[in-house]
Design a protein around this ligand. Structure first.
Ligand code: IFM
Length: 443
C-alpha cells in the first residue's frame, strides 16, 4: 500500500510557498514597502547580502509555476497574499492591481484542478504599519481584519480555504524578541504585546473573513516543535515544559481554550494588560481547520545544571541534521499530532508545512535528492500513524514548491521540490518531486 492510500479520499497533497520568498517584483504595480524589504536591505541582516528583489520571479512566471504543480500532480497549493500589494501602506486605499495578481493566480489554479489555500499573513507586514508601532500595537490587529475582509470579499467566491496567520511564534519571537527577522526588534515586553495582537488579528481576521464571503473555512498555521529534555534531571524537564509553553501552547491554548498557558505567563511575569474583555472570545472562536507546520525537535536543558549532575541522557545523540542545522526527527510529527488531538478538540487538521533543506547538487540537469525523498517518506509515514490513531488529517503541504529566499539565510538553504536556477529562472524537478507525484497518483 502506498502512503497516500493511508489517508482518506479527497486528501489534499500540496506544496506551500510565501509571497516574499518567491514573488520578487517588489516595486511592481503599486506594491508598498514591507518590513522584509526594509530589513533585508539593511547590511548584515541576510546571509551573503542576498536580496529578494527577484527571488523566483514568480510574479512574472506564475503560469509556469502552476504548470509545474500540475506536472507534479499536486491538488492543493498554499501560497500567501502580500498585504503591501493589496494595501500598499497597510490601511486605506486598496490597490486593485495587487489583488489582480492573486485573482489571475486563483483562476489558473482552479483551472488546473488545484485547490488554493491562501495565507493572509506570512510575515510581510506593510512598513507603514510597523512605522506606526507594528504588532505591539492593537491597531495592527484591526488593520489586519480590514485587510482580511477585503481580500476574502474579493476572492471568497472561488477560494474556500483561508489561513489567517503563518507561524505566529516566528512573527513574535524572531521579529520582536530576538531581532533575527524583520522588523529586527529586540524588546521582550513589545514581543509579549505583539503575541497577543497577532492572535487577536487571527480572531478578528477570521470574523471578517466569514462575514465577507459565505462558506469559507478559516484556520491558522501554527509551527510546532518537540521540546525534549536533555536528561531526566528535574531542572531539564522543567525547562522543556516551559519551552513547550512558549513555542506551542502560547498560541494553541488561546485558540482552543481561550487562555494563555499559566506556567508560561508566570515565567514571563506577564501582566496581560493588553488583553481586553472579549479578545479571548474572538481568538477562541471555533476554527474550521488547524494547520501545523512541523520540521524538527529541539533538545533543551537547564544550563545551570552541570553534566556531572545529569542522570542518564534521555536523547539519542547524532541524529542527521539538515542545512538549517535541524534534527531529522519524523516521530515528532506523529507524537505532536496525537498529543494535540488529545489535549484539544481538534477540527480537521492539515500539515500546512513540512519539508527539508539539504545541500542539493544539480548534476547533468538533474537533482538526485534521495535524502529529501527519504525525509518525506518518513514524515508521511509518521502522519499516517497519527491519522490511524484518530487525528483528523485532511491534507499535507510540502515546504516548498521551489528553492526560494529563505529569510535571513538568503538563498543558501534549498528546500524546494523543484530546483531554481536563480540566474536563469529555470526550474528543474528534483527526483523527490517525481517520486511525490508517483505516490500521489497511487493514492
Ligand atoms: O521558509 C520558512 C517558511 O517561510 C515558514 N516556515 C518554515 C520555512 C523554513 O524555514
Amino acid at each position: 500500500m502506498s502512503i497516500a492510500q493511508s489517508f482518506s479520499d479527497g486528501f489534499v497533497w500540496g506544496a506551500a510557498t510565501a509571497a516574499f520568498q518567491i514573488e520578487g517584483a517588489l516595486d511592481a504595480d503599486g506594491r508598498g514597502e514591507s518590513i522584509w524589504d526594509r530589513f533585508s536591505r539593511t547590511p548584515g541582516n541576510i546571509r551573503n547580502g542576498d536580496s529578494a528583489a527577484i527571488a523566483c520571479d514568480h510574479y512574472n512566471l506564475w503560469q509556469k509555476d502552476v504548470a509545474i504543480m500540475k506536472e507534479i500532480g499536486l491538488n492543493g497549493y498554499r501560497f500567501s497574499i502580500s498585504w503591501p500589494r493589496v494595501f500598499p501602506s497597510g490601511t486605506g486605499k486598496m490597490n486593485p492591481a495587487g489583488l489582480g495578481f492573486y485573482d489571475r493566480l486563483v483562476d489558473a489554479l482552479l483551472e488546473a484542478g488545484i485547490t488554493p489555500f491562501p495565507t493572509l499573513y506570512h510575515w510581510d507586514l506593510p512598513q507603514g504599519l510597523e512605522d506606526a508601532g507594528g504588532w505591539p500595537r492593537r491597531s495592527t490587529a484591526y488593520a489586519f481584519a480590514d485587510y482580511a475582509g477585503a481580500v476574502v470579499e474579493h476572492l471568497g467566491d472561488r477560494v474556500k480555504h483561508w489561513v489567517t496567520i503563518n507561524e505566529p511564534w516566528c512573527v513574535v519571537e524572531l521579529g520582536y524578541r530576538f531581532g533575527e527577522h524583520a522588523p529586527g526588534r529586540r524588546d521582550a515586553s513589545a514581543a509579549l504585546d505583539a503575541a497577543h495582537h497577532v492572535m487577536l488579528a487571527h480572531g478578528l481576521g477570521m470574523q471578517a473573513a466569514k462575514a465577507a464571503a459565505s462558506g469559507v473555512a478559516v484556520g491558522i498555521a501554527k509551527n510546532v516543535d518537540v521540546k525534549t529534555p536533555r536528561s531526566t534531571h528535574p531542572a531539564d524537564i522543567r525547562v522543556a515544559a516551559l519551552e513547550d509553553a512558549f513555542r506551542n501552547r502560547w498560541y494553541l491554548d488561546p485558540v482552543f481554550r481561550g487562555e494563555y498557558p499559566h506556567d508560561g505567563v508566570v515565567a514571563r511575569n506577564w501582566d496581560q494588560a493588553c488583553v481586553l474583555p472579549g479578545d479571548l472570545d474572538a481568538i477562541s472562536a471555533p476554527m474550521d481547520f488547524v494547520g501545523f507546520n512541523y520540521y524538527s525537535r529541539t533538545v533543551v536543558q537547564d544550563n545551570s545544571v552541570s553534566d556531572a549532575e545529569r542522570p542518564r541522557p534521555l536523547v539519542e545523540a547524532d541524529l542527521p541534521r539538515t542545512t538549517m542545522g535541524w534534527e531529522v526527527y519524523p516521530d515528532g510529527l506523529r507524537d505532536l499530532l496525537v498529543r494535540f488531538n488529545g489535549d484539544y478538540q481538534l477540527p480537521p487538521v492539515y500539515v500546512t508545512e513540512n519539508g527539508v533543506a539539504f545541500p542539493d547538487q544539480l548534476v547533468d540537469g538533474a537533482v538526485h535528492d534521495e535524502n529529501r525523498r527519504v525525509y518525506l517518506e518518513q514524515h508521511f509515514a509518521a502522519a499516517a500513524e497519527a491519522h490511524a490513531a484518530g487525528v483528523p488529517l485532511r491534507g499535507y503541504f510540502i515546504w516548498t514548491l521551489m528553492d526560494n529566499f529563505e529569510w535571513a539565510m538568503g538563498y543558501t538553504p534549498r528546500f524546494g521540490l523543484v530546483w531554481t536556477d536563480f540566474d536563469t529562472q529555470e526550474r528543474i524537478l528534483k527526483d523527490s518531486a517525481r517520486w511525490l507525484g508517483e505516490e500521489i497518483s497511487r493514492g
